[in-house]
Design a protein around this ligand. Structure first.
Ligand code: ATP
Length: 235
């Protein structure tokens, strides 16, 4: 479904990504793990069109997309939930969700998806009239994910959904990522520092070090890999 071929990208004079190759098949959960500053967010933003690709190609459903602006990518079915959530703080929960569906005009489908996100996160239904900025960190993460789901994405890009959240909420968020993948057949590209949790829901994983992919394997094998255990799983 998605192929990153030989991607280089960076900021100003700094090259952050060096020849990144990643393949994601339809229906998979793929995680990209790595240390602080390794280039995880930059990789995701190269897919979503926020960071320009300097060389190489990003192919989505057989078509090159690396020259397209982010809004065109949303229309093609690629949605990113950015690190730090970036919900609209002065808009209500309902208005934030409406923003997620702004490119759609199938009102029955929108209503169905609204019911679906409220079934995933009932707390958002209770708070639908409350301003986004007054939600807790966990609730804001739920809202950011729900807003992305309102665009009915084929590919969901999740940047550090666990960041700054309590362990119980993190567990809940990861369970729901798996549920979305199974129930909606949404393909998921998950960037995480919490490698342990991410590998437990992923099919396969890639390790990024200083802007290079150094290891790629099934999540099961990565969890058993002693180098990964030492470097990323705290074992
Ligand atoms: P983290 O988990 O800390 O977010 P990461 O693996 O996601 O790390 P990136 O955010 O992709 O890493 O950052 C990779 C490198 O690019 C870092 O050295 C970072 O300082 C640099 N960088 C990120 N954003 C910018 C920017 N807007 N301008 C300049 N350099 C940046």
């Amino acid at each position: 479904m998605l192929e990153l071929r030989n991607i280089t990208a960076g900021y100003g004079n700094i090259q952050v990504l060096h020849n990144i190759d990643i393949v994601i098949n339809r229906g998979e959960i793929i995680t990209l793990i790595g240390a602080n500053g390794a280039g995880k967010s930059t990789t995701l933003m190269a897919v979503s069109g926020i960071v320009p690709v300097r060389s190489g190609k990003v192919i989505f459903e057989g078509e090159p997309i690396h020259r397209l602006p982010p809004e065109k990518l949303v229309a093609k079915g690629i949605c990113q939930v950015p690190e730090g959530r970036h919900i609209f703080p002065a808009l209500t929960v309902q208005e934030n969700l409406d923003m997620g569906a702004f490119l759609r005009n199938d009102s029955d489908g929108i209503k169905e998806d609204l019911e679906y996100v409220f079934s995933l996160f009932p707390i958002l239904a209770d708070r639908r009239g409350q301003d986004g900025g007054t939600l807790s960190g966990g609730e804001q993460q739920m809202l950011a994910m729900s807003r992305a789901l309102m665009a009915r994405p084929k590919l969901l890009l999740l940047d550090e959904p666990s960041m700054g959240l309590a362990p119980l909420i993190i567990k809940q968020i990861f369970e729901i990522v798996k549920k979305i993948n199974k129930e909606q057949n949404t393909t998921i590209f998950l960037v995480e520092q919490n490698a342990n949790q991410a590998l437990h829901i992923a099919d396969r994983g890639y390790v990024i070090e200083n802007g290079d992919i150094t290891i790629s394997d099934t999540a099961e094998n990565l969890l058993k890999n002693q180098d990964i255990q030492k470097a990323y799983l705290g074992i």
